[in-house]
Design a protein around this ligand. Structure first.
Ligand SMILES: Cc1cc2nc3c(=O)[nH]c(=O)nc-3n(C[C@H](O)[C@H](O)[C@H](O)COP(=O)(O)O)c2cc1C
Length: 191
């Protein structure tokens, strides 16, 4: 049996903090969805001060799907986020076209915690196509390093179609055992 819990068997979201109780800011759904009868999975995302990714997550209304969302803190002094359930990471690309710097340091720090890394099941990446080959490169890097599928990419804060695809894809992904094991091929890619 896998040491990794199945998404549909996961306990309601537990987000522990490693120091004091400052903030675990979210796009409005820090707790397991109140409007949903069941908790099916989680999204962890990073968003800088420009908040594009935060807006995208907000537009996805994940709490309606039973999917909790947790935001990786922005500032180095912020309390680290610790996640204890299967999640899909949504990561914007930074690095200014330099692929090796594409993953924001805050996200690297989050994933360098072995406990956090153990629960990642997939990654969705954003970026700006102006960066050419470095577009959404953070997704490819996280996918390769964490051995999870790159499920979807979108630009900036995403289009309504991106939101629709992500909602449908994440619902399928968490419902269809896509989050069961880290080394399993995706059952239901987001797109
Ligand atoms: C300094 C900087 C560097 C960026 N580098 C890349 C890049 O290499 N590749 C890419 O696809 N997008 C790049 N972007 C675009 C961001 O990924 C995009 O604006 C994203 O929506 C930012 O999300 P956020 O507002 O949630 O932080 C960069 C943006 C900035 C401000």
């Amino acid at each position: 049996m896998s040491a990794i819990a199945r998404a549909d068997a996961a306990e309601p979201a537990t987000v522990a903090t490693k120091q004091s109780s400052s903030t675990v800011p979210t796009a409005g759904a820090a707790e397991p969805a109140e409007s949903s009868s069941h908790h099916v999975g989680a999204v962890v995302y990073f968003s800088s001060a420009s908040e594009n990714t935060a807006r995208f997550v907000e537009h996805c209304r994940l709490n309606e799907l039973g999917i909790a969302s947790y935001r990786i803190p922005l500032r180095p002094g912020d309390e680290p986020l610790a996640v204890h359930e299967p999640y899909v990471l949504i990561v914007p690309t930074y690095g200014g076209g330099v692929v090796s710097k594409a993953v924001p340091p805050q996200v690297k720090r989050f994933l360098n915690d072995p406990d956090n890394r153990a629960w990642i099941r997939g990654v969705i990446a954003s970026g700006n196509t102006n960066f050419g080959e470095a577009y959404a490169a953070a997704g490819r890097i996280v996918s390769a390093k964490c051995k999870v599928p790159l499920l979807f990419t979108f630009e900036l804060m995403g289009t309504p179609e991106d939101v629709r695809k992500t909602r449908e894809g994440l619902a399928r992904f968490f419902a269809a055992d896509g989050a069961a094991t880290a080394d399993q091929a995706p059952v239901a890619p987001v797109a």
